[in-house]
Design a protein around this ligand. Structure first.
Ligand SMILES: Nc1ncnc2c1ncn2[C@@H]1O[C@H](COP(=O)(O)OP(=O)(O)OP(=O)(O)O)[C@@H](O)[C@H]1O
Length: 265
């Protein structure tokens, strides 16, 4: 099998039998799931259930000492246990993380960082790229440092940069968690636009503990509990007929939290 030309039948991501041990303890047990081209899928679960370890396995950024087994195919290319630099182009993944401040160099102006990230890009290209995430007025932004942007503006800039990757898989790990609800909404709109309009065959794996946020963006849901996949369903099915007891609790709690009819006094 020659990597880039491997047959993938429209599957952008196929995870099979993924198992991880951290410091000798099994943290992820036999995960199996796949994501099709153009699909937006969320990976849901409580804190500590193994969402980020799963994401890092796919991206190739697991910490040293983690033992991994199973198969991870990105665009048909086997990448299990491989850091990004060892992967062929097709096996690489575009990423957006929760903490946008650490994704950017705090000591360099944004203009300089954009020129470094996209050498040779014209002013028009940069302007269009920033406009696509609602950041107009390039001269004003270019002169600023990351700390001089709001969290939402920084996150939208990170998404714009991730969108410059030609990768057909985008993993967004809790990208809206630190944001207020209106800014969350804007970031979700930008992610939807990045997948549906900018590159319709791009697949999204959206990692979150928040069912309500996931329901606004994703068509399919994977639910994890204690390192295991306990449910895989369309988002509609999950919200209307959750099957696993953990999913039922999760959906019930999200429904109760959404604008209660009575207010606690
Ligand atoms: N580098 C590490 N060393 C030791 N244990 C780790 C390490 N990384 C993760 N773990 C453990 O593995 C389990 C899964 O962690 P993971 O970060 O994947 O959870 P998560 O579902 O992403 O949680 P959160 O939503 O809080 O980010 C947790 O029990 C965590 O403590």
């Amino acid at each position: 099998m020659t990597g880039d030309t491997a047959k993938n039948d429209g599957l952008v991501l196929a995870v099979a039998g993924l198992t991880l041990w951290v410091a000798g303890e099994k943290r992820i047990a036999n995960l199996n799931f796949s994501v099709n081209a153009g699909e937006r899928v969320c990976l849901l679960g409580a804190s500590g259930c193994g969402k980020s370890l799963t994401a890092k396995s796919i991206i190739g950024t697991l910490p040293a000492g983690v033992k991994i087994s199973g198969s991870i195919r990105v665009n048909g290319v086997e990448v299990c246990g491989q850091p990004p630099v060892m992967r062929s182009h097709a096996g690489r993944v575009a990423t957006v993380f929760q903490d946008s401040s650490t994704a950017l160099n705090p000591l360099m102006t944004l203009g300089k960082q954009l020129r470094l990230a996209l050498p040779g890009a014209s002013q028009d290209h940069l302007a269009a790229m920033l406009a696509s995430v609602g950041l107009a007025d390039i001269p004003r932004f270019a002169a600023r440092y990351p700390a001089e942007l709001s969290g939402g503006q920084r996150q939208r800039l990170c998404i714009a940069l991730a969108m410059q990757s030609s990768s057909s898989l985008l993993i967004a790990d809790e990208p809206t968690t630190a944001l207020d609800v209106l800014t969350q909404q804007r970031v979700l709109d930008v992610l939807r636009h990045a997948c549906d309009d900018q590159k319709p065959d791009r697949a999204l794996l959206f990692i979150t503990h928040d069912v309500a946020v996931a329901a606004q963006l994703c068509q399919h849901a994977l639910v994890m509990e204690n390192g295991q996949l306990v449910e895989s369903a369309s988002m509609v099915q999950l919200l209307q007929h959750p099957q696993h007891p953990y999913t039922q609790r999760l959906v019930h709690a999200a429904k109760r939290a959404a604008l209660p009819c009575s207010v606690a006094v």
